[in-house]
Design a protein around this ligand. Structure first.
Ligand SMILES: Nc1ncnc2c1ncn2[C@@H]1O[C@H](COP(=O)(O)OP(=O)(O)OP(=O)(O)O)[C@@H](O)[C@H]1O
Ligand SMILES: [Mg+2]
Length: 372
């Protein structure tokens, strides 16, 4: 059996994809697979190469090198100088700007890809009716697209991307133009549609909530490279690098060196003179003296006016309150622990004065040891 046949459960395979604009390499040897029916998200900051990766898969950008398969088809091979035209790749796309044509009806918008394929008229009508029903717009076929709300336009864009049964749907920040409430609503709706219709998707976002809630697998990108790949729970719970830890919301990150390493995965990291954090590492066991970092989520730090924490296993540090910011559902305290600055989230109603001496505590398992 050939390598391709063995991996035919993949709807998309990207191998060593590299793209340079002039002398600037913006995607650097990126490889990943997307299994049929699954959603993979490219998550990363502005400029890390998410859109360019999607455009290379769609055929809207010519890669510098690499190999891309969509379904059973080779669509790009740099070495063989092979490139399949975008319209032959069977890829659906949904963009941030929905690119809905306002002068057409909802039905005409959704029918457009079928018009291009010149399907029989009845088949076009049936497919449009079916997909509009799936996205909850069954009664909107004759409605002018200009009369739709943002969320409805989003659904029309999705229906248009799905109507020709593409091998994969590429989503480029499709929710970022919507207000916070509608974005939450559409996120749930997308999730529900994905489960019901079971399309394969590559989703691009810089929003960790979107990435974690919509994906089977998250690919964290940094400067054109993949930093970490894994299921959402793994990426969130066990970031391996400072970059991924910070991007997934660990606001306390301290560089240091391993002062001791024990067999059970616990590493003591010296982050300042006389200040050590004991934490868990989840990758290869580091050596004593290795440069590492400790990452701690602000909601994993417990505060108390006295050193009276009920759990005897917590590490505890004297701290001085430096700032207090109210965020509605919690209060974020800024603390000085020796020369370190620490952020800790605290329930509303617990009050510490600025300048007050208190104690901060955290468990070993909440101190994540990551690559420096
Ligand atoms: N046509 C182009 N010519 C030159 N540079 C480009 C071109 N398109 C993109 N780039 C550069 O490539 C890098 C990656 O851009 P890309 O649009 O893929 O980032 P992104 O991750 O989608 O960012 P954002 O979250 O802001 O959309 C950026 O530095 C960008 O300036
Ligand atoms: Mg982009």
């Amino acid at each position: 059996m050939s390598e391709r046949q063995q991996t035919s459960a993949n709807a998309v395979e990207v191998r060593n994809l590299t793209k340079a604009f002039g002398s600037v390499t913006v995607i650097n040897s990126v490889s990943f697979n997307v299994k049929k029916g699954k959603t993979v998200t490219l998550l990363g900051p502005s400029g890390c190469g998410k859109t360019t990766t999607l455009r290379c898969i769609a055929g809207l950008e010519e890669p510098t090198s690499g190999v891309i398969h969509i379904g059973d088809r080779l669509v790009f091979d740099g070495q063989a100088q092979f490139e399949l035209e975008p319209e032959k790749r069977n890829v659906g796309m949904v963009f941030q700007s929905y690119a809905i044509w306002p002068h057409m009806t909802v039905g005409e918008n959704v029918r457009f890809p079928l018009d291009i394929k010149k399907l029989p008229q009845k088949e076009r009508r049936d497919k449009v009716a079916e997909i509009l029903k799936s996205v909850g717009l069954g009664d909107y076929v004759n409605r002018p697209a200009s009369q739709l709300s943002g969320g409805q336009q989003q659904r029309v864009a999705l229906a248009r991307a799905l109507v020709f049964e593409p091998s994969v749907v590429l989503f480029d920040e499709p929710l970022s133009n919507l207000d916070a409430n509608l974005r939450d609503h559409m996120r749930h709706e997308l999730q529900e549609l994905q489960e019901r219709i079971g399309f394969t998707a590559i989703y691009v976002t810089h929003d960790q909530r979107e990435a974690l809630s919509l994906s089977d697998e998250v690919i964290v990108m940094n400067g054109g490279r993949i930093d970490q790949v894994g299921p959402p729970e793994e990426i969130f719970s066990y970031p391996r690098s400072v970059f991924t830890a910070r991007f997934l919301g660990c606001s306390n990150i301290f560089m240091g060196t391993a002062s001791s390493v024990s067999g059970n995965g616990v590493v003591s990291v010296c982050v300042a003179p006389d200040t050590h954090f004991s934490g868990k590492h989840h990758g290869d066991q580091p050596a004593t003296g290795a440069e590492l970092a400790i990452a701690i989520r602000s909601n994993k730090i417990r505060l108390s006016a006295q050193d009276d924490f009920s759990d005897p296993n917590l590490q505890r540090f004297p701290a001085v309150v430096e700032s207090r910011v109210f965020f509605g559902t919690y209060i974020e305290y800024g603390l000085c622990v020796g020369s370190l600055k620490l952020k800790a989230d605290c329930e509303v109603g617990v009050h510490y004065d600025l300048g007050q001496s208190i104690f901060a505590a955290m468990s070993q398992s909440d101190c994540l040891v990551v690559k420096a």
